[in-house]
Ligand binder design. Structure first.
Ligand SMILES: [Zn+2]
Length: 333
């Protein structure tokens, strides 16, 4: 997968400009804190940044010419961290290891010195998922960590992290990816893969990525495997013919056919944000062609439902749900 294969290996390569500058500033101004909290939306590079910080602190041969320790990427420590095999770097998924036992295990081990690196680094992802007991145990460790231990916590939900934990961490705010950040990432990956994506496709990727590097990388990967000169992301993700079909079925209020169509799209892994955008564009064009009458009022209702679904798309755990609700509500009306 491109997102794994082409993760930035150095701080200079980080696509998120704000985080890049923040990490440089932290590393340029010792002493280094013993606890960090990375907070920001999904897919914006929190885990990547955590690993880079772990690498910068443990690299055996960092390049210091720019004022901060830039990981060399080739020493034993860098290599082990990149491969995920370092005995001193621990990555814990807070969502699946929520209980106090996980933190107890850390506490039992933390006082032993690192096996090879200078620092033992504990990266706890989705830290807001920990139970209250687990947080309380973690808090004690954060208050008096051994000199060789560093915690890097990451969360998408800052408000759910207890204030007592937050106040003991150096905060690193990870903003959503900006268009220019995503463009830089596309160029970086294209240099690795020796492929180039057309300007139109690059713009589409920026639009459809929802300010997430992960989603953008997925699109770059998919577009790199098709003949990108002939195809657009819209065609790949939704398919023009598909949305025209959908719109016709909607107008006919054919609920059974619509449900079949949705199932087929789900199975194909279609991007429902793109489909909704295309449906809205087509419905809007039709609206401009009409002037008055009952048919227009009906069409207006459909556009409002689609618009609502498009807004809700960002917050649903089931990508096809907002569109399914449009179908049901419109067919029942
Ligand atoms: Zn190194």
């Amino acid at each position: 997968m491109f997102y794994q294969t082409f993760r930035p290996l150095t701080i200079a390569e980080l696509d998120n400009e704000v985080v890049k500058e923040r990490l440089k500033s932290i590393l340029t101004n010792p002493p280094i804190a013993h606890a960090f909290l990375l907070t920001g939306p999904k897919g914006t590079g929190k885990t990547t940044s955590a690993r880079l910080l772990a690498k910068a602190l443990n690299c055996q041969n960092p390049d210091t010419t720019k004022g901060y320790p830039e990981p060399c990427t080739t020493c034993d420590h860098c290599q082990a961290i990149q491969k995920g095999t370092s005995p001193d770097i621990f990555e814990i998924d807070g969502a699946s290891h929520r209980k106090i036992e996980t933190i107890r295990e850390i506490i039992e081990q933390i006082h032993f010195p690192p096996l090879s690196c200078q620092y033992k680094v504990y990266i706890i992802d989705e830290v807001h998922m920990l139970t209250t007991e687990a947080f309380n145990a973690l808090l004690k460790t954060l208050e008096e960590p051994p000199a060789h231990a560093i915690f890097i916590l990451a969360t998408t939900e800052f408000d759910k992290v207890p204030a007592t934990i937050r106040s003991r961490c150096t905060l690193i705010t990870v903003p959503a990816a900006k268009p220019e950040d995503i463009r830089r990432m596309i160029n970086r990956i294209s240099n690795h893969t020796k492929t180039s994506l057309s300007e139109e496709v690059q713009k589409e990727i920026i639009t459809f990525s929802d300010s997430s590097f992960r989603d953008a990388t997925k699109l770059v990967e998919e577009m790199s495997t098709v003949d990108s000169d002939k195809k657009t992301v819209s065609q790949l993700m939704g398919g023009d013919a598909n949305t025209e079909d959908l719109l016709q079925l909607l107008i006919k209020k054919d609920r059974i056919a619509l449900q079949d169509k949705i199932e087929a799209l789900v199975n194909r892994g279609a991007n429902f944000t793109v489909i909704l955008e295309q449906l809205l564009t087509k419905a809007h064009t039709r609206l401009k062609e009409k002037t008055a009458g009952a048919e227009t009022r009906e069409h207006l209702k459909l556009i409002k439902l689609l618009q609502q679904a498009y807004k809700e798309q960002r917050f649903t755990p089931i990508p096809s749900l907002p569109l399914e609700l449009v179908f049901i509500e419109y067919c029942l009306s």
